[in-house]
Design a binder for this molecule. Structure first.
Ligand code: NI
Length: 406
């Protein structure tokens, strides 16, 4: 897809984003100072609504503590683009001396969702002022609960907010401290992993550790189950399909001379393909149950479905990559590797043509002068990235909603 926005117009969009830099930074600091946990984003939602209302942008509540903004352009209003930002914070005690550090003890925006929310407010402000150029409808989705299963995205979709619309693009971004500020990361196709939680209980018959021949030892059986489960990765997975199966919690709770009745195990299963994911879960059941049986014990397997894979639409990804390159130069885009973490944005990618990209927030030299890591108490993303984010979201929306042929 060719870039259809004139160079002079791209420059104007950058200028407009720059003019909004002060207010966008203010939004980010206000939200950063009052972080709220997943599905508790009440003050954040109230703040978002107050900003949208001051700009004359229509909005309503969605998925409990979420907010859905709507900007109508001209022409065929069924065509819709959705820009999505997540709003929740993490249970981490902030360790920074920033003047706008968290005022909510034990809660912190350590994953940059404050940046996402502020950037979306900035982009909606910019695009609302240009709404007559939009041929269709623009939605701004301020989503709750990305960090906590079942994920706000699944709750949003259950409400069918885009019924009657033809969503031509669902777009989300995430900060990346490993990329310098001003650099954007893209990956077409499979990008982030699915994530499922495994809980396996091996039940036998415990007793005196000195007389195992009279028992059905679930500890030895559980050890065999853990080892056998690695077959899912080494023997069942297509060797070209990255798959991770990790057991991170094992509770036997006997004693030096006591074999317990049961052993509990918990772990995670991650991969990058939905068909294989379903098959892998079946194999976990079979291997655990049959291995346990071979040891005279039984296994109860519970797999709770986590987030699906994030799969980017190749056409949208290409469009965004070219647009960023023509706006800032090709040195401002990088290709991303597969990422074994999960993101509830995956739910949208199953339904709509979608794009999830990375926004560099690492300052000018992330290696020499790091801004901290995601999900840590000292994470401090570079706020200069906000203008880049606003310009990117705005130009991408204009590219998609200006030209009827997409
Ligand atoms: Ni995050």
């Amino acid at each position: 897809m060719d870039v259809k926005i004139e160079r002079t117009d791209l420059r104007m969009i950058c200028d407009e984003a720059e003019q909004l830099a002060g207010s966008t930074r203010e939004h980010r600091r206000r939200i950063h100072a009052c972080p709220e946990l997943s599905f508790e984003e009440r003050a954040t939602a109230d703040y978002v609504i107050s900003v949208l209302e001051a700009e004359g942008i229509a909005c309503r509540r969605i998925a409990g503590t979420g907010v859905l903004a709507r900007i109508e352009g001209r022409g065929e209003l069924r065509r819709a683009v959705v820009l999505r930002a997540d709003m929740d914070a993490l249970p981490i005690e902030e360790r920074s001396d920033l003047p706008f550090a968290s005022q909510n003890r034990g809660v912190m925006h350590a994953c940059g969702h404050d940046m996402h929310t502020a950037a979306l407010l900035g982009a909606l402000t910019l695009l609302n002022r240009r709404r007559t150029e939009l041929q269709g409808t623009l939605f701004g989705l301020f989503q709750p609960g990305e960090e906590l299963c079942p994920g706000g995205a699944s709750m949003v979709l259950k409400e069918h907010p885009f019924e009657g619309y033809d969503v031509i693009a669902m777009i989300g971004e995430h900060v990346d401290p490993d990329l310098p500020t001003g650099v954007f990361g893209f990956r077409a196709g499979k990008y982030m992993a699915s994530s499922d939680e495994l809980r396996i209980t091996v039940m036998g018959e415990g007793g005196h550790g000195a007389m195992p021949d009279r028992l059905h030892d679930p500890v030895v059986a559980a050890a065999a189950v853990i080892t056998a489960l690695q077959q899912v990765v080494s023997r069942n997975a297509d060797s070209r399909m990255p798959t991770v199966l990790s057991i991170g919690r094992v509770v036997a709770d006997g004693a030096t001379n006591v074999i317990p009745d049961r052993v509990l195990m918990e772990g995670t299963l991650r991969t990058f393909d939905e068909t294989w994911r379903a098959e892998a879960k079946r194999r976990v059941h079979e291997i655990a149950e049959h291995t346990a049986a071979a040891y005279g014990t039984t296994a109860e397997v519970a797999v709770s479905d986590g987030y699906p894979c994030v799969v980017n639409d190749p056409r949208l990804t290409d469009c965004a990559e070219r647009l960023i390159a023509s706006m800032f130069g090709s040195e401002h885009t990088v290709r991303l590797e597969l990422r074994p973490t999960a993101e509830d944005f995956g739910y949208y990618t199953q339904v709509y043509p979608s794009l999830f990209y990375r926004l560099g927030v690492g300052g000018s030299d992330p290696v020499a002068k790091p801004v901290g890591k995601l999900h840590t108490a000292t994470f401090a993303p570079d706020e200069e990235a906000l203008s880049y984010a606003v310009a990117a979201l705005s130009s991408l929306t204009l590219q998609l909603l200006r030209c009827p042929d997409k």
